[in-house]
Design a protein around this ligand. Structure first.
Ligand SMILES: C[C@](O)(CO)[C@H](O)COP(=O)(O)OP(=O)(O)OC[C@H]1O[C@@H](n2ccc(N)nc2=O)[C@H](O)[C@@H]1O
Ligand SMILES: Nc1ncnc2c1ncn2[C@@H]1O[C@H](COP(=O)(O)OP(=O)(O)OP(=O)(O)O)[C@@H](O)[C@H]1O
Length: 293
């Protein structure tokens, strides 16, 4: 039996890091949305053992890969003795804040649970996902989610909020360099408390957008992880300012970066915007047009 699953990238449309916890992680309030764009994970049932191949030679395919770590965690949680071979077609750039590895892990969990006959509930899968990474649980949902805690505590937004997000056309673009999530969080900790948005302010900002059914998705956009990224990599704010001025876009960074995104009006000159990004960041910049799933 073989399953072919899409493993989507995500965007943090709203991301407020609110403070550092005793366990070293940070509390956050975020609205994240999966994209139609992503990797493809093919999973073949095997009698025993887990193996992985990937078309991107830059990615380690040993036991440190999140796909194999997810498989191991699933087998333990479900007491499942079966095996699987995974084939990963990688499109999501790494070190981007697009959650590629986390998505692969959760897609592997969903695939194995299906192959094993649905032995774990969605709640149990969520618990396993949270042990693999703070961003993993969000990829068990198939639409926009509100994240709290360190990212593992999820709620589905009300329908009038989802309606303003789902299907929105978006351009996602990333310079050749990536940003380490650990580095970004360390920078925030070093700039405490000014680097954090207090949780009351974050919740108020989110609720103000949520309660105003006339406020477009653009008015939700916020990310206080931009500060350390933009301070170190001046090419990021320079490009976003150009896109604001020249194309009237409202671009932001996703997660800990370095990928950025902008919602596109249906008549947007995508070829000209793409050309401008490549002029600013070089031909090796990653650019893709997609939609919020
Ligand atoms: C920036 C975001 O993408 C926003 O959605 C996520 O918070 C990142 O989550 P992630 O990549 O799944 O991160 P994890 O693999 O859980 O943790 C990697 C490291 O990032 C830091 N980390 C992560 C998540 C969090 N809420 N607080 C943190 O301080 C910790 O130093 C941790 O050791
Ligand atoms: N299947 C995988 N796909 C991508 N990266 C993986 C995978 N397994 C392990 N990793 C490791 O995780 C690191 C970060 O992965 P990824 O690109 O998903 O993070 P990111 O872009 O910073 O996203 P985010 O911080 O939003 O989770 C990679 O550099 C890689 O070493």
């Amino acid at each position: 039996m073989t399953l072919v699953l899409s493993s989507p990238a995500k965007l943090n449309l709203f991301l407020a890091i609110t403070g550092r916890r005793a366990d070293g992680f940070h509390d956050l309030v975020s609205v994240a949305a999966p994209l139609e764009f992503g990797d493809t994970l093919t999973v073949e049932l095997r009698p025993a053992g887990f193996s992985l191949e990937c078309d991107d030679p830059a990615l380690e395919i040993d036991g440190t890969n999140l796909v194999l770590r997810a498989a191991q965690a699933f087998a333990e949680a479900a007491s499942w003795t079966g095996g699987a071979h995974f084939s990963l077609q990688k499109r999501i750039p790494m070190g981007a804040g697009l959650g590629g590895g986390s998505s692969n892990a959760s897609t592997a969990l969903l695939a194995l649970n299906q192959l094993a006959g649905g032995v774990l509930t969605m709640e149990e899968l969520g618990t396993v996902a949270a042990t693999l990474g703070s961003d993993c649980p969000l990829f068990l949902q198939d639409g926009p989610v509100i994240m709290r805690g360190r990212g593992e505590s999820l709620r589905v937004p009300p329908p009038q909020a989802i309606d303003r997000l789902r299907g929105r056309r978006v351009l996602v673009f990333k310079p050749a360099f990536g940003i380490s999530t650990v580095w970004a969080y360390r920078q925030l900790a070093a700039g405490a408390p000014a680097s954090y948005l207090p949780s009351v302010a974050a919740e108020t900002q989110l609720m103000t957008w949520m309660d105003d059914a006339t406020a477009p998705a653009e008015e939700l956009l916020f990310n206080n992880m931009e500060v350390p990224a933009f301070t170190k990599h001046i090419a990021l704010p320079v490009a976003l300012e150009c896109l604001r001025e020249e194309f009237d876009l409202a671009p932001r960074m996703s997660g800990s970066g370095s990928a950025c995104f902008a919602f596109l009006p249906e008549n947007a000159p995508v070829a000209a915007i793409t050309a401008r990004i490549r002029e600013l960041w070089g031909a090796e910049a990653f650019v893709t047009e997609t939609r919020l799933a």
